[in-house]
Design a protein around this ligand. Structure first.
Ligand SMILES: NC(=O)c1ccc[n+]([C@@H]2O[C@H](COP(=O)([O-])OP(=O)(O)OC[C@H]3O[C@@H](n4cnc5c(N)ncnc54)[C@H](OP(=O)(O)O)[C@@H]3O)[C@@H](O)[C@H]2O)c1
Length: 256
């Protein structure tokens, strides 16, 4: 089991469902506390908080649209209040930039609005949210940015999404360089296809797509949220303290 000191606080964006939810539950099972954010599903976020409290850990859920940079200063203030009221602390330990949506469209049909939203959420938001949170992130902490297997292999319809994630992979290396002096590690986790609500839940709900992707995967199936969350939690643990500036694909060997 990865060791998480009892006082460790991990902030995971977009943890009301899917991979973020699996991550915060894995962190809690390993003895860490969490701040989770959600965009619209307050009820689901509160039910994740209840699950974490049932595991004996502390959790707070805060609303945040990671594509709306102008709202970040107010979010930082709400986070300050939550840290003070719940933990009597001014800083947290780990940041997982996970929130995101899928929007599948071929290049020929992608609108400027679709493109801008993908870039705002998956790249610009990650850049400026991390910038805004830097004063609250403890020295010696960790940052994990969610990327995708689609930066290594190409599926039609994911050009804008995958290009934004590729930007995050480059950003990850620069963050590792600039934040290293504070003892902060920064890595990108790149999942393969996982059964979540992402992209309308196609990987989970469309049997043909699911079978096709399973056949392309060395381990013979598509991924489940719990193939990813515990891996991210382990990356936050002390055993991985010397891993930084890496893109780590977690895809069961998809398209190799
Ligand atoms: N599933 C896959 O196959 C796969 C593969 C590779 C990478 N990824 C990446 O993994 C991350 C998580 O995906 P997932 O599969 O867990 O998706 P998901 O099941 O659809 O969950 C998305 C989560 O992110 C939140 N969210 C979405 N857009 C947001 C925004 N603009 N601002 C703030 N929160 C937002 C949602 O909040 P609400 O519940 O409130 O809407 C929800 O908590 C994403 O970055 C995605 O690109 C997924």
């Amino acid at each position: 089991m990865t060791s998480h000191p009892a006082s460790t606080i991990t902030l995971v964006t977009g943890a009301s469902r899917g991979l973020g939810r699996s991550t915060v539950l894995a962190v809690a099972r390993e003895g860490g506390d969490v701040v989770l954010t959600y965009r619209s599903q307050a009820d689901e976020a509160q039910s994740v908080v209840a699950d974490i409290v049932a595991l004996g850990r502390k959790a707070v859920a805060l609303q945040l649209d990671t594509g709306a940079v102008s709202t970040f200063p107010a979010f930082v203030e709400r986070l300050r209040v939550a840290l003070r009221d719940t933990w009597q602390r001014e800083r947290f330990d780990h940041l997982v930039n996970n929130a995101g949506h899928g929007d599948v469209a071929p290049i020929a049909a992608t609108t400027e609005q679709q493109f801008d939203r993908l870039v705002d959420v998956h790249f610009k938001g990650v850049f400026f949210l991390t910038q805004a949170l830097l004063p609250l992130l403890d020295d010696g902490g960790r940052i994990v940015n969610l990327s995708t297997g689609l930066t290594r292999f190409a599926y039609p319809g994911y050009a804008a999404y995958a290009a934004a994630k590729a930007a995050v992979e480059t950003l990850t290396v620069y963050m590792a360089k600039e934040f290293g002096a504070r003892g902060i590690t920064v890595n990108a986790v790149a999942p393969g296809a996982i059964e979540t609500d992402f992209g309308g839940g196609a990987v989970r709900d469309d049997a043909e797509i699911n079978r096709h992707l399973a056949n392309l995967t060395a381990l013979g199936r598509v991924g489940l949220p719990d193939d990813i969350g515990p891996m991210i939690a382990s990356l936050l643990g002390d055993a991985n303290r010397w891993v930084t500036a890496q893109r780590i694909e977690v895809s069961g060997g998809q398209a190799i």
